[in-house]
Design a protein around this ligand. Structure first.
Ligand code: ATP
Ligand code: MG
Length: 140
């Protein structure tokens, strides 16, 4: 498996509780490198575009409102098998179903306020990275 990149967001429930460092420590402990990172406040338009795949789901409005409710930290993570590795580190979407030691088990508040996002495939990772970073902001 070659070195891969994935896109990560530390969501508003995480920044609100000052968990950026604690979550980054779990990411780095898993062998992923943070090769780009910035703290931003997403616009409604950015959040709607980012989660457009969920537009028809009943929780879409709530999800967008949550993502713009406070600062987020957007990141590019790099490592062997990074997409799947980060999904493992994150744990299941619903924290009550997440495995011990995962970010969501340790920190998420609920299925909606679940602390982190990670891309679900290399193709979506490339699209998501390009939505938030230009090439010269990523330093591997
Ligand atoms: P993410 O895409 O954020 O990494 P995921 O891939 O584990 O999470 P998705 O099914 O893609 O989960 O859902 C995207 C996000 O929508 C979830 O992370 C969560 O914040 C929110 N969400 C998903 N299901 C629900 C639900 N039933 N109620 C409220 N919010 C939900
Ligand atoms: Mg998803």
């Amino acid at each position: 498996m070659a070195v891969q990149r994935t896109f990560s967001i530390l969501k508003p429930d995480a920044t609100e509780r000052n968990l950026t460092g604690a979550i980054n420590a779990l990411i780095e402990k898993a062998g992923l490198r943070i090769v780009a990172q910035k703290r931003i406040r997403m616009t409604r338009e950015q959040a709607e575009t980012f989660y457009a795949v969920h537009k028809e789901r009943p929780f879409f409005g709530e999800l967008v409102d949550f993502m713009i409710s406070g600062p987020v930290v957007v990141q590019v993570l790099e490592g062997e098998n990074a997409v799947l590795k980060y999904r493992d580190v994150m744990g299941a979407t619903d924290p009550s179903k997440a495995a011990d030691g995962t970010i969501r088990k340790l920190h998420a508040k609920s299925i909606g306020e679940n602390s982190v996002h990670g891309s679900d495939a290399p193709e979506t990772a490339a699209i998501e990275i390009a939505q938030f970073f230009s090439g010269n902001e990523i330093v591997g």
